[in-house]
Design a protein around this ligand. Structure first.
Ligand SMILES: [Cu+2]
Length: 317
């Protein structure tokens, strides 16, 4: 298998970012050196109802057409112990500094506009991480400059952590939202300061998609099988807390920001704080189709219209 098949995720319609649905991917059972090329760039995002917005994004340029989970332009999966090299090309009009809370990245210097800089890091703790930009910070995340990083155990085992139980399948559910007034102000050359101070999102996403597009995307429409265990990885790349409510099931929170929960309580609603990564285990106890959605009512709308936004479907057979 080619190296990039290990680290990159969701190549077009075939190898999904997740171990999508019921199929188990082959995994590398050792640490290795991996390289990824990311570009910080301006893009146009299509929203529900045909509206568009100017966004910023990290895009994996290693393979043309490569995407992260869902509609995200980037998303990485590596093993603990991998030596990861990221060549970051900054095409934005301001400096960008690659940041992954919980990891030490070298060098800790900004990438100037119009330049490329090489960063390296070696994750040791399995779990989910938020890849973002430390310099544009809140503004950057509001504009979309964030992506998930998934770190599997070094031996490639299907576990959230070495001491956690095995799972059969996993999905990454990247959460964020957008206030299109902010995007429009920045696209027009403004600083966006006023809009950020009055941030009031009108679109909400899971893996960059809004309902009903979430129900037809292979990385985002959660396929379950009764009596199996599915891991769900919530990564909050936005500026709002997400309370993710499950119909049909209870889940066990296993990791919050890579730390094992000491007391595991079955929950039907899981809070994912700003910039937080929460990994849960879902024991599939019954067949059926069930919703998983943000419990904050505006988050299941798009430009005020329901249903839209951060709502996905789970389908168990
Ligand atoms: Cu509900």
């Amino acid at each position: 298998m080619k190296r990039r098949a290990f680290i990159k995720t969701g190549v077009a319609a075939t190898a999904a970012f997740t171990l999508s649905g019921l199929t188990l991917s082959t995994h590398r059972a050792f640490a290795a050196a991996v390289t990824v090329n990311l570009q910080a760039e301006i893009a146009t995002k299509t929203l529900g109802g045909g509206a568009t917005a100017t966004v910023w994004q990290f895009r994996d340029t290693t393979t043309p057409g490569a995407t992260g989970p869902g509609a995200l332009a980037a998303g990485l999966r590596v093993n603990a112990g991998d030596v990861v090299t990221v060549n970051l090309t900054n095409t934005l009009n301001r400096p960008v500094g690659l940041a992954i809370p919980g990891l030490t990245i070298t060098p800790a210097t900004a990438t100037a506009p119009g330049t490329t800089q090489t960063y390296t890091f070696t994750p040791t703790e399995p779990g989910s991480y938020l890849l973002t930009d430390s310099l544009t910070d809140f503004l950057g995340r509001a504009m979309g400059l964030a992506a998930p990083l998934i770190v599997m155990p070094t031996d490639g085992a299907l576990r959230l952590a070495p001491s956690a139980p095995l799972f059969n399948s996993q999905y990454t559910l990247f959460l964020n939202e957008m206030d299109t007034r902010l995007n429009a102000a920045v696209a027009a050359g403004g600083a966006g300061t006023t809009e950020l101070a009055n941030y009031e999102p009108d679109y909400y996403f899971v893996n960059g998609l809004s309902y009903p597009a979430t129900t037809t995307d292979v990385d985002t429409a959660v396929a379950l099988r009764v009596n199996q265990q599915t891991a769900l990885r919530f990564v909050n790349g936005g500026l709002h807390i997400n309370s993710m409510h499950f119909h049909g099931y209870h889940v066990n929170v296993t990791l919050r920001n890579r730390a094992l929960e000491t007391v595991v309580v079955e929950k039907d609603t899981v809070v994912v704080d700003v910039a937080e990564c929460v990994d849960v285990m879902l024991p599939v106890t019954q067949p059926g189709k069930y919703e998983l959605h943000n419990h904050y009512l505006p988050a299941v709308t798009g430009n005020g219209v329901y249903p839209n936004g951060a709502m996905i479907m789970m389908d168990a057979v």
